[in-house]
Structure formats: structure tokens, C-alpha cells
Write a protein that binds this ligand. Structure first.
Ligand code: PMP
Length: 432
């Protein structure tokens, strides 16, 4: 039973009116009993134990370690603030575009292998507004069921028809495609003006990669447009950090729209859309998240630009390439270690996002507390963010974790795993 009759008193004030805060209040009142409050107050850092007031961070998306305050980008950021100040106080379409905005757009396009790119001051805002500029009534968006909230929000906002396919399930995607178009049917005779399939490169709650090779096969047969959200994959996977296409060796020219954020591998803020020059130019004049929103802060641009320069440096002493390799090593090392200890983990072997299954929702709180007691901050995930019975802890690894950090985390998981009975008989989850 979800409500007690006393709960209804939060829906009305003493005059019988519904107060403005009532739903929020009710939501929290109901959930506070179950909420884990660890996340609101723990200071974290990317490296452990050097300062006892901070915990080792295995929860944020600092994949390449560029978010560190002492990292290689800090000087450029400081300089940008001195040169330009923090804010442009204007949208790009009025007077908020400086040379550095264009430089970062060019670097983004070059890095992802597209003719042009446009940048937005918020990653969420990019998805929330881009679909309205591209799609609309009469068109169809076919979306992976586990796509990020920003994609779902933006898709609904666009007024397009929406169909959903089972997560990363190629047969189910084909089923939906067959229901709306027949193979070989000319695009002009379809019941929708355009069809856009929307996926993510790396799914952040599952730790798995999109099955891009098979989706590309379907794309050839059914001739739809493809949009990939690379928020978690750009910079983090592929031999040169180029994301999901780089990982599978698929040319980015075959994908229509590559979206990504700068909040993860770049340690910055904001998002981008990279595509043909025509589409990018269209977005510059029709996308409300670009036309009417404050342009990206110069300090953020400096952070992005300097991390791009590190990542794109192909010299033998490249800090960026060294970090991309370090991240790949860390991801494999920790995954193998956890499997050997007998844990069930989800995702691709090369994925820095590592969900470890707790199953029983009652263990969520205990796992988080036990980790924090050992100076490690983790994200624990329960319903509704994932199904009730696959409650999990979601680790995100970084190139800035060293081997001692990883071994410390493995030891902590080992102890807590025994205590909370999370393991299969030791090693049985093992070597698949
Ligand atoms: N897309 C995906 C797949 C995400 O996971 C997120 C947030 N983590 C966003 C978009 C929104 O990006 P931001 O946090 O940069 O606003």
C-alpha cells in the first residue's frame, strides 16, 4: 500500500487548496524513509586517501581524469577567466560567440569526424531541444527503451510519433521497423515523413555498448536516420577515444547525427551535435536551446579545448592517449577482479561503467554505507532507475585511478560482498 490516509494531508493546505509544493513534498515524504542520503554530503575526489576528509570517487564520470583541479587543463581555465571573465552574458545568436566557441566547434567536428558541430551550454539541454528542431508531427522517433531522460524529454517535446524498442535488442528494433515500413519501400511512400532511430553509445546504467554493427546493417536495409548520444562513450572508448564508432571501426560518416556531452571525458560542461553542415546550420537558427540560451562559458571552453588538444595529440608522449589506454586497462582490470571475486557484473569488458548487482533492494543502503565507511563513494541504483530486482551499485572508473586504488576497491568489495552475501560461490561468476 503506497499511501497512508495521513499522506493525503500533504495534498491540501488548511484552506483546502493544493499548495504549490504538494507533489514534491509528498514525493519526498514518501521516499525519505527509503532514501540514501549519502550522496548529498560527501566530498569526493578522483584519487583516494591523500586527504582523510575526502572519499575516493568511483561515482562520477571523470573518465579521463581531466576534471582534476590540478590536471593539465587548469592553467588554461584560469587564463580564460582572466581574459574573458566567466560568462558571455548572452546567447551565441546575439553577442555571445567568441573565437574560442568556433575553435571548440571545429575541434569537436574534427575529432568526431563530421563536417560541422554546434555546441550548447548544457548536455541535458542539447537533447531536450535538438529533437524539436529536427523532428515534428508526422515524423517518427524509434528509441531504445533505456535511453536517457533528456532524450525521452526532448523526443516528446518535438511532437513526433514515438516507438520504443527493447534495450539494445536488434530483433525487436527490426520488429518495430517492419511494423512501420516494408523493406525496399521508397522513402517517399512511407507513413512518416522521416524516421530517426535514437540510441546511446554506452548505456550508463548497464555498462554496455550499443550493438552498432547490427544497427548499421538495419540502417542499410531500412534506410532510417541514426542519432547516437555519445555522452558516455566519447573520449572513453575506442583506441583513440573516438567513441562507439572508433571502438567498432565504423566510419562516423555513416551515422547521421552524433551528439555528446563535455561533462564526462572532458571534465567540463555542455553538449554538442555533430553532423552535416546543413543540419548544423539549421540547428543554429532553429534550435531553441542554442538560439535562446546563454552560450558556453569561456572557462568551460578552455577546459574542453585543452582536453581536446591532449586527446588529439598523437605524439609518443601524448597525455591524452596515455589516459585513454590507462582507462581501458583500469576497466578490464577491475572487471576481471570483480568477476574473480564472484560478483555478477553487467556490461562490456572494455566499459569503464561497471554495474555490480546487489539484487535485493534491501542491500542498497548497506552497500553504500559500508563503502563510505571505507572512504569510497559509490552510486547505488534502485527502482525506478532500474528494475526492483536488479538493484545495483554503479561504479565509474577513471584514468586517474591507479592500481593501488583499484586494489583497495576490490578489497572493500570483497569484504562487503562477504558480509552482505553478494557473491556467487567464490569465482563462479568468473571467466566468461
Ligand atoms: N545523455 C546521456 C546519455 C547522459 O547520461 C546525460 C547525463 N549524464 C546527458 C545526456 C545529460 O548531460 P549533462 O549531464 O551533460 O547535462
Amino acid at each position: 500500500k503506497r499511501f497512508h490516509k495521513d499522506d493525503y494531508k500533504y495534498l491540501k493546505d488548511s484552506d483546502g487548496y493544493a499548495p504549490l509544493y504538494n507533489h514534491f513534498d509528498n514525493f519526498y515524504v514518501r521516499r525519505l524513509k527509503f532514501r540514501i542520503n549519502d550522496c548529498f554530503s560527501r566530498p569526493t575526489m578522483g584519487v583516494p586517501g591523500r586527504d582523510t576528509s575526502m572519499s575516493l570517487n568511483v561515482s562520477s564520470y571523470n573518465y579521463l581524469g581531466f576534471a582534476q583541479s590540478h590536471g593539465p587543463c587548469a592553467e588554461a581555465v584560469e587564463k580564460a577567466i582572466r581574459n574573458y571573465g566567466l560568462s558571455t552574458c548572452s546567447a551565441s545568436t546575439t553577442c555571445g560567440n567568441y573565437g574560442i566557441h568556433l575553435e571548440v566547434e571545429d575541434l569537436t567536428a574534427k575529432f568526431v569526424g563530421k563536417p560541422a558541430a554546434v555546441i550548447f551550454s548544457q548536455g541535458f539541454g542539447t537533447n531536450a531541444t535538438v529533437f524539436s528542431a529536427l523532428m515534428g508531427p508526422g515524423s517518427l522517433i524509434i528509441s531504445d527503451e533505456l535511453n536517457h531522460t533528456s532524450i525521452r524529454f526532448g523526443s516528446r517535446q518535438s511532437g513526433a510519433n514515438i516507438r520504443v524498442f527493447k534495450h539494445n535488442d536488434i530483433a525487436d528494433l527490426e520488429r518495430v521497423l517492419r511494423e512501420v515500413i516494408s523493406q525496399g519501400q521508397p522513402r517517399t511512400h512511407r507513413p512518416y515523413t522521416k524516421i530517426l532511430v535514437v540510441i546511446e553509445g554506452l548505456y550508463s546504467m548497464e555498462g554496455n555498448f550499443a550493438d552498432l554493427p547490427h544497427i548499421m546493417e538495419l540502417k542499410k536495409r531500412y534506410k532510417f536516420y541514426l542519432f547516437i548520444d555519445e555522452a558516455h562513450s566519447i573520449g572513453a572508448i575506442g583506441p583513440r577515444g573516438g567513441g562507439i564508432c572508433d571502438y567498432f571501426g565504423i566510419p562516423t560518416t555513416d551515422v547521421d547525427i552524433l551528439m555528446g556531452t563535455f561533462t564526462k571525458s572532458f571534465g567540463a560542461a555542455g553538449g554538442y551535435v555533430a553532423s552535416s553542415t546543413d543540419i548544423v546550420n539549421k540547428l543554429r537558427v532553429t534550435n531553441p536551446g542554442y538560439v535562446y540560451a546563454e552560450s558556453m562559458s569561456p572557462a568551460v571552453l578552455a577546459q574542453i579545448k585543452s582536453s581536446f588538444l591532449e586527446i588529439m595529440d598523437e605524439s609518443p608522449s601524448s597525455i591524452g592517449l596515455e589516459r585513454i589506454e590507462r582507462l581501458a586497462f583500469n576497466s578490464r582490470y577491475i572487471r576481471l577482479g570483480l568477476k574473480r571475486l564472484g560478483f555478477i557484473i553487467y556490461g562490456n569488458d572494455d566499459s569503464p561503467v561497471v554495474p555490480l548487482l546487489l539484487y535485493n533492494p534491501g542491500k542498497i543502503n548497506a552497500f553504500s554505507h559500508e563503502m563510505l565507511r571505507r572512504g569510497i563513494s559509490v552510486v547505488v541504483v534502485g527502482y525506478p532507475a532500474c528494475p526492483l530486482l536488479t538493484s545495483r551499485v554503479r561504479f565509474c572508473f577513471s584514468a586517474s585511478h591507479n592500481k593501488a586504488d583499484l586494489d583497495y576497491i576490490l578489497r572493500a568489495c570483497d569484504e562487503i560482498g562477504e558480509k552482505l552475501q553478494l557473491k556467487l560461490s567464490s569465482g563462479a561468476a568468473g571467466e566468461d
